[in-house]
Design a protein around this ligand. Structure first.
Ligand SMILES: [Zn+2]
Length: 196
């Protein structure tokens, strides 16, 4: 092969690699979008199945760290608020992994304000047994009791949280999923749903 042929072949190869990459990204995007739409239609299904008025719904979003609410739950929170559902947030740590708990608590309140959840509907727990740490095993019974007490205090009738993989795989997220699914299976969480 002469050099011109090699050059042309290299250009074809590069174009092929770039196109394959774009197709892969597009597939991942559609897969993610489909699962999001499925989860929202599930929520909508709950609304119509039970003939419940959205305005009667009080939804609690349970997260582990500041920024979970915008990274993982923003579409669901915005959709629920659009439906006039009362949305509250319970965050089980200040996100103190880098000793920036106070700053991150304020960032959480600011983020919730942008999403449409006022400060009065945001609760941040700072418990020494629940450190922001992927290596820390959060006690499922402690997490369950904090969540169930909060649900009882505020009469929530819908709970949203992470899926079984903790969405991003963080151990603190997974502990919350385990706690909420335990509460749901024992009938202590009305309409318990995991975020997928
Ligand atoms: Zn997190």
């Amino acid at each position: 092969m002469n050099t011109v042929t090699v050059k042309i072949m290299s250009v074809y190869l590069i174009v092929f690699v770039v196109l394959s990459y774009l197709v892969l990204i597009k597939c991942l995007y559609y897969r993610h979008r489909r699962s999001l739409m499925k989860s929202l239609s599930h929520v909508m299904g709950v609304l119509s199945d039970r003939d419940t008025h959205a305005a009667d719904l009080r939804a609690l979003v349970v997260t582990a760290h500041p920024d979970d609410e915008c990274m993982f739950f923003a579409p669901s929170i915005i959709q629920l608020l659009d439906l006039n559902v009362s949305v509250y947030l319970l965050c089980l740590s200040e996100g103190n992994y880098y000793n920036q708990g106070a700053l991150r608590r304020q960032e959480l309140l600011d983020s919730c304000a942008v999403l449409g959840i006022p400060d009065s509907r945001v609760t941040v727990i700072n418990h020494k047994k629940l450190p922001d740490d992927p290596k820390a095993e959060w006690s499922v019974s402690l997490v369950s009791s904090l969540i169930v007490n909060h649900i009882r205090d505020h009469s929530f009738n819908m709970v949203l949280t992470f899926d079984g993989r903790g969405v991003s795989g963080h151990a603190n997220h997974i502990a919350i999923y385990k706690a909420v699914s335990h509460l749901a299976s024992t009938g202590q969480v009305p309409n318990g749903r995991s975020h997928k």
